[in-house]
Design a protein around this ligand. Structure first.
Ligand SMILES: Cc1cc2nc3c(=O)[nH]c(=O)nc-3n(C[C@H](O)[C@H](O)[C@H](O)COP(=O)(O)OP(=O)(O)OC[C@H]3O[C@@H](n4cnc5c(N)ncnc54)[C@H](O)[C@@H]3O)c2cc1C
Length: 408
């Protein structure tokens, strides 16, 4: 009768091993080169497309794994290979999920294939929400979408920043303000189709880590998109805005809770990316500590080193368990009564930063050079506590959920 198990089923193990093979044989060997080039690794994305890893089908299969572990397992393996390249591979999925979550069937069928292209002509997509003055504080977004009823078109104006694949994407998903009175509840998402006039790439950022992933500003200057590009459609938007206006006058808790649940369900995926990087660094450090000799014996013979490795592995496993718990909860419709999704992202991202720093220390001088991958992993790990909600914002969400009051 008791069905609890911590064991992966055969199908999951097969997918995990297949992904691990791609990460070890294709991603990892290319990692240093694309980190130095600071460019999108198109040939690696194409390899992933050829074997079906870079596709909506693959993403959807993992997404609908009833145990919830499909996505976290895939993220961990790909990011174990290399964070920058893996983000170039899964970045499109993040934009596609925006369409899957809010789009009509027709929008999903029209735009998602164009986000991926095909194995002979791969494309990427971008999700553009953040702005120079609206990072953690999403409600202060300024990009405006105004409806031109005569032409049934939306006109978008504003500047987005830090968009993964921004400007090089075939399809951009842009979040914009449709009703400034309603704060974040007055936002809507739009598809900007390929080659739409008025959308251009601004600055491309030179970054500390995940340098194989393209991050740039996206400028929207009188960008006109057909009415059909509003995700979910106008009727649904009007109904949602009417509800939000009503709620705004009487407290507004339910709308907020729905948005919160979406974030709780998506954050464990970022936690899983962090677990992948942390595990990779731990493994490098373990191997190095076994083989590097000082004072006539391997450095792992010293408790000072071995205990660090024990702590590193314990943290990586604990992070994975939190990620898996939250992913399982999301798929099984459990209520996140303690913000378990945010908890998993907070712990896993802080773990990745700490474990990669410990790995650099264990590798000593070598760890500080680009001859060894832990230097890159340490730089890469710093992103996890920043994007998809900083660690401080995760703590805020967890604390507010526990306390039930709006802690500042
Ligand atoms: C490489 C990279 C890729 C990205 N990809 C995308 C993307 O594809 N699409 C997209 O839309 N965005 C993307 N982002 C943006 C990312 O989500 C934001 O950088 C993030 O949300 C933080 O916003 P911010 O940088 O404006 O920091 P700020 O909000 O300015 O925060 C600065 C500091 O203040 C702290 N802080 C802010 N408010 C509070 C508070 N209330 N309490 C306590 N501390 C607080 C923060 O935790 C942080 O430490 C990306 C960013 C990077 C760096």
């Amino acid at each position: 009768m008791a069905e609890f198990t911590m064991e992966l089923n055969d199908e999951q193990k097969e997918v995990r091993d297949w992904l691990h093979g791609f990460a070890a044989d294709v991603i990892r060997p290319a990692a240093a080169e694309w980190d130095e080039r600071e460019e999108t690794p198109w040939p690696v994305i194409q390899e992933a497309a050829k074997i079906g890893i870079y596709s909506l089908d693959f993403y959807a299969q993992q997404y609908f794994d009833p145990t919830g572990l499909g996505i976290p397992m895939a993220m961990e393996e790909l990011f174990w290979g290399d964070a920058g390249i893996a983000l170039s591979i899964v970045g499109t999925g993040l934009a596609a999920v925006g369409v899957l979550a809010n789009g009509t069937e027709e929008q999903i069928g029209t735009w998602i294939p164009q986000m991926y292209g095909d194995a002979n002509d791969v494309k990427v997509a971008a999700f553009c929400s953040s702005e120079p003055d609206a990072g953690s504080d999403v409600a202060s977004m300024r990009t405006r979408a105004v409806y031109d009823e005569a032409k049934d078109e939306w006109v978008l104006n504003g500047t987005k920043t830090w968009a993964t694949n921004g400007g090089i994407a075939n399809v951009h998903v842009v979040v914009a303000v449709v009703d400034p009175e309603l704060g974040s509840k007055g936002h809507a998402s739009f598809i900007v189709p390929p080659n739409t006039p008025g959308l251009s790439q601004g600055q491309k950022f030179k970054k500390h880590g995940i340098r194989a992933s393209h991050t740039a500003e996206v400028v929207l200057d009188n960008v006109r998109v057909p009415g059909s590009c509003l995700l979910g459609g106008k009727e649904k938007l009007d109904a949602r805005l009417a509800r939000a206006r009503e709620k705004a006058m009487s407290g507004g808790e339910r709308v907020k809770n729905a948005a919160m649940a979406t974030f709780e369900a998506s954050r464990p995926a970022v936690g899983a990316m962090a677990v992948g990087t942390a595990r990779a660094a731990y493994e490098e450090a373990l191997e190095y500590a076994r083989t590097r000799e000082q004072f006539g014996r391997p450095i792992i013979d010293n408790q000072g080193v071995a205990f660090q490795l024990a702590d590193m592995r314990t943290s990586v496993d604990a992070a994975r368990l939190l990620v898996w718990r939250a992913s399982w909860m999301a798929v099984n419709g459990k209520q996140f009564t303690a913000a378990e999704g945010s908890m998993s992202k907070l712990f896993a991202s802080e773990t990745a930063k700490k474990v990669t720093a410990q790995a650099v220390q264990i590798l000593g001088g070598n760890g500080y050079t680009r001859e060894y991958p832990v230097e890159r992993m340490h730089r890469d790990a710093a992103i996890y506590t920043i994007f998809e909600g900083t660690s401080e914002i995760q703590r805020l969400v967890i604390a507010r959920t526990l306390a039930g009051v709006p802690i500042r």
